[in-house]
Design a binder for this molecule. Sequence first.
Ligand code: N01
Length: 497
Amino acid sequence: MPDFSYPDVLIVGAGLAGVGMGVGLRRAGIENFVVLEKADAVGGAWRVNTYPGCACDVMSMMYSYSFAPHDGWSKLYADQPEILDYTRRVVKDFALGAHIRFDSEVVSYEFDDAIDRWWVRTRGGDLYCPRVVVLCHGALHRPHIPEFPGRDRFSGPIVHTAEWDPSIDVTGKRVAVIGTGASAVQVIPAVAEAAERVAVFQRTPHWVLPKMNRAIGDRERRLLSTVPGLRALYRTIAFWTHEIPVAGFLHPRLLRVLRWAALRTLRRQVPDPALRAKLIPDYTIGCKRILLTSDYYPALSRPDVDLVTAGIAEFEPRGVRTVDGVLHEADVIVLATGFDTDNRCAGEHIVGRDGLTIERAWRDGMQAYLGMSVSGFPNLFLVMGPNSGGGAQSILFVIEAQIRYIARCLGLMRRGGATRIEVRPEIQQEFNHWLHAKLSRSVWNSGGCDSWFLDHTGKNRQCWPGTGTSYWWATRTPKSRSFELTRESPLRATEIQ
Ligand code: N01
């Protein structure tokens, strides 16, 4: 029986990333691992994001692992409950349950130089001493709650999309939705169906393309599971559907065709020219993540939905007052205001080699090597770390590449008899130099918008400067020369050649 107090690997988070990492370890023959989950169930982002209309804007055939294919999707783009269900299915199919410790929120990580292991403490007082820690706690997990003046004075409930309270019933209510990003365009049409009136507060319009969703019927599902190669064909189509736009994001001149398609969608779906004018962004398409939705514009065109473009002045007991002096009365306020993304590990007590804290290492902004390793933090890997996502490709494709890479790094350690692996600082520096030079020409940096891809200094800390394929290529095999691989010895660490 493995000793989970001294595991080979400790994974933090039992969302899709942590669960996938667990499968990756099992497939690599590593059984002595534990997954710590702060909640009492698996699912991560897909467990907490339960707002009405929550769904995925990536095709299900790509929003799933190649090692855990699923033929049961009911639509081309799945809704939240199906993805949560898929996560549970992966846990069951790969018998991960015994490895997961629920209600185990980590409060500190400290690297022990003497034994090349981490000391990991949970809020409940449990102590683990893993050789390697893999952080799978997600990139978008800290809701951004703006400090609107008078926030405490509003008399009704205020709820962030990522902290949805199922007891809130919007039926027959006046609802104010703040924000018009990926979460907002899903919640607005759903809320508009039930509410008496919806006021949508838009600070910046986002570019929208139609979501070509449709049901997958029983017959098609049967064919998918019986006809050899059919599922692979669907996945290939889904892969390229998400991959091709990335070429435009890197060479913005190619984006003209997407702009044309977006303006055509707007013309077709919004008959009112005054409303249309408010919805045309003034920055290059792709600068903010393009929104895939076919019911957002029709929802805004409803007579019981108002698009408010005046800035928010304050919250009052009866609603939201805008800077033009108008009070927009509301019974419920929905904050679809996104996430704090400047520092994935903000507030976490992570102390690496020689007492270096992650706060200090990232005082000028997050950076890592290939989004996974940070110099000064041996035996620590991040999944979805800095500059590893952000494109249009499915994040699960990126995560799968990271799972494989991390498993192979563990293989490097095992083969060399190493007890410590740490990215060399000059490799990390050189990599980030290349990365930011390449990003400077991308639409995310030069498209004339502000987005969660950029940190407060304007530096892009989220996007990989290439396609999913290029990330897969860059991470297919870890190079031992990128790392210091050492063996703990009674006197000092011995470098492994
Ligand atoms: O957040 P966002 P999101 N006053 O940051 C506005 C993923 N995701 O939760 O554009 C007024 O995109 C802000 O305005 P502006 C996906 O990667 C995936 O929607 O900054 N408004 C914006 O309109 C996505 O990119 C799925 O001017 C304020 C909105 O709030 C990421 O999550 C589904 C404000 C925030 O938009 C984030 O999406 C949903 C303020 N003080 C999300 N502060 C999938 O389907 C913010 N805003 C996989």
